[in-house]
Write a new protein. Structure first.
Length: 339
């Protein structure tokens, strides 16, 4: 809002094309990874009603491409909000699961960090919550909305409320599964169908299949939509090509081709994959490994690009740098673990 430029464009201007290309290469990996996880969820929901992955994922891919090339940002945003509202179903499942609050409190302070598998899942959760493409998406969306300095307060409220809602939704999912599946000796659950069926045995068919499936479907569609748009914006900024949802296809063909390619790659990998749950976890760990690059550039740009009056100061700056440092440390830890 202050510069009128997105994350990738500012990296290119301040640090050169080489660093911009490095940044967007991590972005594209993150976007395809996000599409894999979301298409995996859509494939799982399709399996609940008897559709094989190649059909459900193909339908979702074509629908998402059609939404993206519609040529108007506002339309895409409202469609995304409508699809995302399906995730509110998780609040219903959390209530129906009747979680034991004392057990929830004990679980919050139980962290077996000496267990490598726990740390692996912890890193996956970091990569699932703070994804590299989110930074590119928010800055690109601000530009396509044509927001400027007069909208800073509204943007902060928008971000704050959105952050709280998404975390409450994540808590609802954890409570749903922990309060139901945690009481059963179900062994390893390797697909969304198995998870939904297991929930059915505890919560009944309506909640286990229909409500939980609707939440997964909404989450998959909206995340796939915004992740692919973020990738197209970021790459367009780094390479200096037209990159706006307000352009028609003929006005920004490269932008829409990148958008389409990301969907196709993600769909192919999901259709070809067998163990979608493990694939999803691996992708989220990869996101955590990419975060040092993306967050590092964000912090550097904040310190160099913004006028002094708009920079972070005092305790707030210390808090942001500390939290960012913790997140980046998880990424560096996973890189070291893989090496």
């Amino acid at each position: 809002m202050i510069t009128g430029k997105g994350h990738g464009e500012l990296i290119r201007e301040r640090f050169g094309r080489g660093w911009a290309w490095l940044s967007v290469s991590t972005l594209f990996l993150s976007v395809v990874g996000a599409l894999i996880t979301e298409f995996a969820g859509i494939a799982g929901v399709g399996s609940l009603i008897g559709l094989p992955p190649w059909i459900s994922v193909s339908i979702a891919t074509l629908a998402l491409i059609a939404i993206g090339v519609s040529g108007r940002y506002q339309r895409v945003e409202w469609i995304g909000i409508a699809l995302g509202s399906l995730e509110l179903a998780f609040f219903v499942t959390a209530i129906m699961a009747h979680p034991a609050l004392p057990q929830v409190a004990r679980g919050l302070v139980t962290m077996p960090v000496s267990n490598p598998r726990y740390v692996f899942l912890l890193a996956a959760n970091v990569g699932a919550v703070i994804m590299p493409w989110m930074i590119f998406y928010q800055q690109g969306a601000i530009i396509d909305k044509r927001w400027d300095q007069s909208h800073v307060k509204a943007a902060r409220w928008d971000t704050g409320i959105g952050s709280i809602i998404t975390q409450l939704l994540m808590i609802a999912v954890v409570l749903t599964t922990a309060a139901t599946l945690g009481h059963e000796n179900l062994g390893s659950l390797q697909s969304i169908v198995q998870i939904a069926n297991a929930l059915t045995s505890v919560m009944g068919t309506t909640a286990g299949r229909l409500i939980f499936g609707a939440g997964i479907l909404g989450a998959g569609f909206v995340a796939a939509l915004v992740a692919s748009i973020a990738g197209s914006w970021g790459i367009g900024e780094a390479f200096g090509i037209k990159h706006s949802l307000n352009h028609k296809f003929r006005e920004a063909p490269a932008f829409y081709l990148i958008y389409t390619l990301a969907h196709v790659l993600g769909a192919i990998m999901v259709i070809a994959s067998i163990d979608l749950v493990q694939l999803t976890i691996d992708v989220e760990v990869m996101n955590a490994m990419l975060l040092p690059v993306v967050l590092g550039f964000l912090l550097l740009l904040e310190a160099r690009v913004l006028p002094p009056a708009h920079r972070m100061h005092g305790g707030y700056r210390l808090m942001v740098w500390t939290l960012s440092g913790i997140v980046m440390a998880f990424g560096l830890y996973m890189i070291a673990a893989f090496l």
